[in-house]
Design a protein around this ligand. Structure first.
Ligand SMILES: [Zn+2]
Length: 256
């Protein structure tokens, strides 16, 4: 039997129902057709031109990304615009695109959950977009920062009192620095997210919150292995001869 784009959509729906996405979001099938056959899938955070080239190279028919294309409405596909160029290239190469964005953020397959697991948080619970848990034992913010740099992003930044004792940690992958107030209300001693802005760092530190910024890419690229694993395991179990790969491209054009 031939696997189709629709089969993959159904499988993603099981872990991250598309109707859970925020109203402003753009998720599900973005380019292509549900009946199109699939033998190779590439999973990436963003449909950059490099990722599209990677999919073409491996003869994939389907790209699954976290961040959607057409996030903002557009009225043409004139190719002097980067997104239009990418979309046209995908269509010319018969590529299909599925995006699982804020619906995935609210699931066990989120980057937040992946980061929480990487830090060894226990008793992980979800509070809206935040995932909260306890470290196996108290440690200073400095030690936790070392771990974040080692396991999530070596270029991570820290804000606040590095001698503070940390037990409860809240995580939200991507860009959600304003979430520090919710993290504090939930009793977290530290908050890990990406794209921390100056004014929110100052406000958090004034309230004795320790904030870590491990980057938008750094905190969310963590979601890819679990998603690839989930799809590949299912495909193997149902004996479809389909390969799911994770992209090795970094959207900023550098490693790490
Ligand atoms: Zn994101």
């Amino acid at each position: 039997m031939q696997l189709t784009v629709n089969d993959i959509l159904v499988k993603l729906q099981e872990i991250a129902p598309f109707e859970n996405a925020e109203p402003y979001d753009n998720v599900g099938l973005i380019i292509g057709h549900g009946n199109n056959p699939v033998t190779k899938v590439l999973v990436a955070l963003d449909a950059t031109e490099e990722v599209v080239d990677e999919a073409i190279e491996m003869n994939a028919e389907l790209i699954i990304t976290h961040h959607p294309l057409f996030f903002h409405a557009r009225k043409n596909l004139v190719e002097d615009d980067p997104e239009a160029r990418i979309v046209c290239k995908m269509i010319r190469n018969h590529l299909n695109l599925i995006s699982a964005h804020t619906n995935l953020d609210k699931s066990e397959f989120s980057g937040s959950m992946a980061c929480a697991r990487l830090l060894g948080l226990q008793n992980i619970r979800q509070e809206g977009l935040l995932f909260v848990g306890e470290l196996a034992e108290n440690k200073t913010a400095e030690l936790l920062f070392d771990e974040i740099k080692e396991k999530i992003d070596e270029n991570a930044r820290a804000f606040g009192n590095m001698e503070k004792n940390i037990l409860t940690v809240a995580v939200c992958g991507g860009a959600y620095d304003e979430g520090w107030t919710q993290a504090k209300a939930l009793g977290a001693h530290a908050y890990l997210t990406g794209e921390v802005r100056h004014h929110n760092a100052i406000a958090a530190v004034m309230e004795d919150m320790v904030m870590f910024d491990a980057g938008h890419f750094g905190t969310e690229v963590t979601l890819i292995p679990a998603l690839v694993c989930y799809l590949q395991k299912w495909l193997n179990d149902v004996e479809y001869n389909v390969i799911v790969n994770s992209s090795n491209k970094n959207p900023y054009g550098r490693l790490g």
